[in-house]
Design a protein around this ligand. Structure first.
Ligand code: ADP
Length: 405
């Protein structure tokens, strides 16, 4: 079964074509918006890597280009688009009802449209990608997994905010959490390679990319996570502020006459590593500046590492222990320095990183704790697309069975 996975984000569209159930990655690529607003499209087939660039950034044009690559003879992949059996999508927000993998229908899209205000910077481009793909390949089964779905198991004591209960009852103002598919993949895979039983382990999963979140996964279920109603809450991110006193936002509005839109811009686009360092929201650029002696960049990194470390303590307390730390995402899987700083001084929790393995195995799927440490530490290169492919392929099979019976 050929499964095409589309991950349509706010400034990039990633795709992967898998042959399932063998889980063979046949073709993959990512089209990104660069700082000038133009497109860089990187494609990797089993044979070669190519890079294409063009002016402007349009979802429709990128999807056209992806479909062209799928049938390009140079990639030796598909001879026609009719060979795509299932399309799987990453979907940002499922609200309280979006719990598993679901078929994408017109009525589901209409429901999703109602949730746009919960992720205003991410959901419109995500939906645009889903809608455009459905139009381009209409005769195929489209399904998707909500980024919030894995956190559906959060208990009430973890998801409720301390505001009047009626806001939850009437408007579902609560913690939902994001990066669910990535946390699910990283925690499952990490426990597998560390030789632990997923269903009886206490795991903290760290997805550290441009957006970042931490999740507490106990006995195979997400029981707490750092992102909230929106993807702004939690650890410090590239340009998002993470946890903040709600009073700060009111103070800004009242005393500096800022509009909602301006506050939105500050906390989402001008904060985080960028806001504190004044250098960039990109971890590598901030790290480079820090190494060159930039004090603000050093401070930004110190805040970044400290805030993640605090979640380890909180989640070990929430789970009553800690067996495994999983690091994934651009920073989590590629920055030996970030992992070293985050894991420092946590011996009392049983966290003891092997500096040698941490450095030498950077970027690979690897176990990096010291031999006798109580807590396993594992690097897992992000692969939420594979998790989506598994789930949509399963759903497609079940639907087919239902139709035949
Ligand atoms: P997104 O959340 O948009 O998918 P990624 O998961 O690709 O983003 O993560 C992007 C982040 O990863 C950036 O801050 C980038 O600097 C960081 N990153 C990528 N490679 C490295 C590396 N080798 N060392 C440190 N940071 C890295």
């Amino acid at each position: 079964m050929n499964v095409l996975v589309i991950n349509s984000g706010s400034s990039s569209i990633k795709f992967r074509l898998f042959c399932m159930p063998e889980e063979i990655l046949v073709l993959q690529g990512v089209a990104e918006k660069n700082s000038e607003g133009n497109t860089t499209f990187r494609i990797s087939s089993q044979k070669e890597k190519t890079v294409k660039k063009w002016n402007g950034y349009s979802c429709k044009k990128i999807l056209d280009a992806i479909l062209k690559e799928l049938v390009s003879p140079a990639n030796e992949c598909l001879s026609s688009l009719s060979e795509v059996d299932v399309v799987g999508h990453r979907m940002i927000h499922g609200g309280e009802n979006g719990t598993g993998c679901v078929e994408i229908t017109d009525s589901l899209v209409a429901e999703m449209q109602k949730l746009v205000s919960l992720a205003p910077l991410h959901y419109p481009t995500n939906l645009e990608g889903i809608n455009a793909t459905r139009k381009l390949i209409p005769d195929v089964f489209h399904a998707g997994v909500f980024d919030t779905a894995f956190h559906h198991t959060l208990p009430e004591k973890a998801f409720l905010y301390g505001i009047p209960f009626s806001w939850y009852q009437k408007h579902k103002i609560r913690k939902f959490g994001f990066h669910g598919t990535s946390h699910k993949y990283a925690s499952q895979r990490a426990s597998q390679i560390a030789g632990l039983d997923y269903q009886s382990s206490k795991i903290v999963s760290c997805h550290l990319g441009n957006g970042a979140s931490v999740a507490a996964i106990k006995n195979g279920k997400s029981i707490d996570t750092s992102m909230g109603l929106t993807p702004v809450e939690g650890v410090l991110m590239g340009t998002r502020c993470g946890d903040i006193d709600a009073g700060v936002l009111i103070y800004l509005q009242q005393n500096f006459n800022l509009s909602n839109r301006e506050v939105q811009q500050i906390i989402n686009k001008e904060s985080g590593l960028l806001g504190i360092s004044g250098v960039s929201g990109d971890y590598r650029a901030v790290e480079k500046a820090a190494q060159e002696g930039n004090k603000a960049a050093r401070t930004a990194l110190a805040v970044y590492h400290y805030r993640i470390k605090k979640y380890f303590g909180a989640y070990a307390a929430a789970m009553g222990g800690l067996d495994l730390l999983a690091f994934t995402g651009g920073i989590g899987q590629n920055s030996a320095n970030a992992r070293k700083e985050i894991c420092s001084d946590l011996e009392f929790l049983g966290v003891q990183l092997s500096e040698k393995q941490n450095t030498e195995l950077n970027g690979t799927e690897a176990i990096i704790q010291q031999e006798k440490a109580n807590v396993k530490i594992v690097i897992i290169p992000a692969n939420e697309e594979l998790m989506i492919a598994r789930e949509v392929a399963d759903l497609a099979k079940r639907k087919q069975k239902d139709r035949l019976s």
